[in-house]
Write a protein of this length. Structure first.
Lengths: 528, 331
């Protein structure tokens, strides 16, 4: 036994005698993780979060979260002698006086954008493959929570420097609070310690940004990962992969090396962006003052859809019994996002209600095999995309020489008309893909080889596909819609008939599919 | 079961394929060297990082094609950090992919549902615990505890009350009074009508009250006013609103009636004011009537005239609250 092995043994012994961890470690170091590129999306989010904690801690050492007015006397000449908040001045100092400060600021901002992008794409992966199904509903809801908090955290973060652009964002946030019926102006006065912008808002959101929300993030991410660990990862269907097993590589050493290495790659790419790609150059915007603004004011991308919705809202603001109800702000700013996010959180339960399926699922769906869900996802994405496009309507208008009014009208009409079209088209595409799969299994692959028959007719030679491929294309379940009787055995109408009718219709729509080929079908083909 | 029989069968896990590095020791050695080179590149990059930190001045700029003038300190510090991290990652992944065993392992899953006996035991324990505490029998305790817990949850709401004052009628007031001079922002110079040519726009604030030497951002957030001069015949106003203008000069609150952004874009040709935040568009000739976008109200108009010395002043305070809407706005 080498000296190194002896030391390792001693350490392991020391720890185990105090914690009894050996049994747990033995089991978990061999834990199996399935391999797929799309499983790395959540990893990117996790690693970006760690990068955010590290770079953010660095920034707190120099950032002064205060709205106290100071006169800038730093090395950035154009702003010299200008009055500004200490928050803005210290952000300039981080950018120009602290060595590596600008790099860290840019890494922090890029990491935030990547964090949100990774969360969204990870969420799409989970949605379209049905990974949210039983037993993973809790993790779906935690994920929606993380997404929501991420949007808030990102907004608060880019609001901290108190530059002209971010101050405008805070102004809009204040207007949304102020628009809340009955208590709006009170809530706004409480949040801002009086009139906008006041002198307390930056220090307050600083506490929320660096302490409260990161704490909640840590707790939620911990539970999220523990559940993934405990429930074991889902896997894509394929030969040898079943609902009862998980096929992949053990944690030690493969996954540790791959995942650990991937952390460094994500960090490296983020640092590369921070090094070469300028982001949020706050010194160009100048300090915030409510009387000024820069043209083309844009939020970060994950807020863009919200801004787009607010932009396209019709100017409805009724005065009811002498009180003003700002529907032009409430509908796009609170009501629609509320409906979207609640619907998203509840989706696993809605689908369960429609299908009546209460079993556990560990094998992922191929999106085409669940046309309704896939179509609903594409429909929601279309909605969000149009909102996002409208959020950049001024930029699009100036870049492509279009009229802003035209883009706005396109968005206003498109956001109602295009999502349903997207639903129908996607569903048709899914069913066509199912049909193509069926063809592939029954008739084989097109080889591109043309053969002239004795009769002079040309035919293309088809080759049978591999058994593995055939299995992949046919392994999915095809369930019939729910059988819900409108009346009981004695012909009496059931209570809640309307609800049951809706459920039946949804269930029928959900079960629409192209029958997958069976052995009998294959045999029949052979006889031809 | 008949469907199961008809279904195409799972051929099972495909046979494991050996990699070049599994069969050829030379390939394995080569892979080892590649991993080592990647790690060494990382080490070199850290040296670049440290070098840049100490020896490249923060004032140095270099020209890089496509990127333009770049701060050399920031760039090389960043590149050093990026590559030191990136190469560690690439090395580790390359190591895992070429040299670590790549046998797929099968682990079994178990249903999460506990066995029925455990579930029954759990329910029994829970029931026994609840019974032992007497929650079911002692309803007085149950109810008083519910009351206490419910009320204690209210405390934080009270504690948060002092976050800020109540708005009172502050949202409805600005610093503008009858006779307040309009002064330039920046500069604080009073303005005569002849200072403004036709087509000109000026950003103004109320003059500082005597004894005050400072404006807060809160003041600016409500007081900012935009002056625009048109030819008087271009107005399309009723008699009252026309009397609020002076020789073709019209004054509006600069704070958007939608969400409070500064309405700063003026199109001279069309005489439209545009808010850059949400593109609400206001027609200056018709007292800032909303002609497009989400804003529901015109920008409040400030009645102006000139004082004895010929400087522009407010005739009266704003006749309505400025800025975004709120519940009590019209009450």
């Amino acid at each position: 036994m080498s000296a190194r092995e002896r030391i390792a043994g001693n350490v392991a012994n020391y720890v185990d005698e105090r914690t009894g961890a050996a049994a747990w470690m033995k089991k978990n170091l061999q834990k199996v993780f399935p391999d797929h590129w799309s499983f790395m999306l959540g990893e990117i989010a996790l690693y970006s979060f760690i990068i955010l904690l590290l770079s953010g801690t660095f920034l707190t050492f120099w950032f002064d979260p205060s709205m106290r007015e100071v006169v800038y006397e730093g090395s950035y000449e154009p702003l010299n002698g200008l009055k500004m908040s200490a928050a803005y001045a210290s952000t300039l100092d981080i950018s120009f006086e602290v060595r590596g400060g600008l790099l860290m600021r840019q890494i922090h901002h890029w990491a935030a954008l990547i964090f949100m992008a990774a969360i969204v794409v990870h969420l799409l992966r989970v949605y379209f493959t049905g990974a949210f199904r039983k037993p993973r509903e809790f993790n779906w809801i935690i994920g929606i929570g993380l997404l929501t908090l991420g949007i808030v955290e990102g907004f608060l973060g880019y609001s901290l420097p108190d530059d002209l652009l971010s101050g405008t964002g805070i102004r809009i946030a204040e207007a949304i609070i102020q628009a809340i019926p009955v208590v709006g102006s009170y809530l706004a006065y409480f949040a801002f310690g009086g009139a906008f912008p006041g002198e307390v808002f930056i220090p307050r959101i600083y506490t929320v940004h660096i302490l409260l929300l990161p704490g909640i993030f840590l707790a939620l991410i911990t539970v999220h990962l523990m559940l993934v660990w405990y429930q074991k990862h889902t896997q894509y269907p394929g030969p040898g992969r079943t609902e009862k097993n998980v096929v992949g590589y053990p944690l030690l050493p493969i996954y540790m090396a791959k995942a650990g290495g991937f952390f460094f790659i994500v960090f490296g790419v983020t640092a590369l962006l921070g090094a070469v790609a300028s982001i949020n150059p706050i010194w160009l915007y100048g300090p915030y003052t409510p009387g000024q603004i820069s043209a083309g004011s844009q939020p970060d991308w994950y807020m863009g859809w919200l801004d787009g919705l607010v932009r396209m809202a019709p100017p409805i603001e009724p005065v009811i019994f002498g009180y003003t109800l700002s529907l032009n702000i409430l509908i796009p700013g609170l009501i629609i996002p509320g409906i979207l996010f609640t619907g998203m959180a509840l989706y696993p339960f809605i689908e369960q209600w429609i299908t009546g399926d209460k079993r556990e699922h560990h094998l992922l769906d191929r999106p085409r095999n669940v046309p309704n869900r896939t179509a609903l996802g594409v429909m929601s994405l279309t909605f969000m995309l149009i909102a996002l496009i409208n959020g950049g309507n001024d930029i699009i208008a100036t870049h492509f020489d279009l009229s802003i009014n035209q883009i706005m009208w396109f968005s206003r009409i498109g956001i109602i008309v295009l999502p349903p079209i997207a639903f129908i088209v996607t569903k048709r595409i899914c069913l066509s893909l199912q049909r193509a799969d069926r063809e592939l299994v029954l008739h084989g692959r097109e080889t591109g080889r043309l053969v002239m028959m004795p009769s002079g007719e040309f035919v293309e030679v088809h080759e049978p596909i591999s058994p593995e491929k055939a299995w992949l294309l046919t392994q999915h379940e095809q369930n019939a819609p729910l059988e819900l009787a409108d009346s009981d055995a004695r012909g009496v109408r059931r209570p809640g008939l309307l609800k049951s009718k809706l459920r039946k219709r949804l269930s029928v729509a959900h079960a629409e599919q192209v029958a997958k080929p069976t052995v009998a079908d294959l045999k029949e083909i052979e006889h031809h | 079961m008949s469907k199961e029989i008809e279904a195409i069968q799972d051929p099972g896990l495909p046979a494991h394929k050996l990699r070049q590095t599994d069969i050829d020791p030379k390939a394995a050695d080569r892979a080892e060297r590649q991993v080592a080179i990647l790690f060494l590149l990382s080490a070199l990059s850290t040296v670049l990082f440290i070098f840049s930190y100490f020896f490249i001045s923060t004032e140095t700029f270099i020209f890089i094609p496509l990127m333009g003038e770049q701060n050399a300190h920031q760039l090389f510090l960043g590149l050093g950090l990026a590559f030191s991290l990136l190469f560690i990652g690439l090395g580790a992944v390359h190591w895992a992919k070429t040299l670590m065993p790549d046998h797929e392992v099968i682990a079994h899953r178990h249903e999460f549902r506990s066995p029925d006996s455990d579930r029954e035991d759990f329910i029994k324990v829970a029931k026994e615990g609840a019974a032992a505490a007497g929650l079911g029998r002692r309803s007085l305790i149950k109810r008083s505890m519910g009351l206490a817990l419910g009320l204690v949850g209210l405390s934080p709401i009270f504690l948060l009350r002092d976050l800020g004052p109540t708005p009172g009628d502050e949202l409805k007031k600005t610093s503008w009074k009858a006779g307040t001079r309009l002064v330039t922002d920046p500069g604080d110079r009073p303005i005569r009508p002849e200072d403004l040519e036709v087509g000109a726009v000026a950003q103004t604030l109320p003059e500082l009250a005597p004894g005050k030497d400072h404006r807060t951002l809160n003041d600016i957030g409500k007081d900012a006013v935009l002056l625009i001069r048109l030819r008087p015949e271009e107005f399309n106003l009723d008699a009252e609103r026309l009397s609020w203008t002076y020789q073709g000069i019209i004054a509006f609150s600069k704070i958007c009636s939608h969400m409070g952004c500064a309405v700063a874009l003026y199109e001279q040709q069309t005489k439209h004011l545009l808010c850059p935040c949400h593109q609400s568009t206001f027609d200056v000739t018709r007292a800032a009537k909303v002609i497009f976008g989400p804003a529901a109200r015109p920008l409040p108009q400030l009645a102006i005239t000139v004082d004895g010395e010929g400087y522009l002043v407010a005739q009266a305070p704003f006749n309505e609250p400025v800025g975004p809407s709120f519940w009590e706005r019209s009450a």
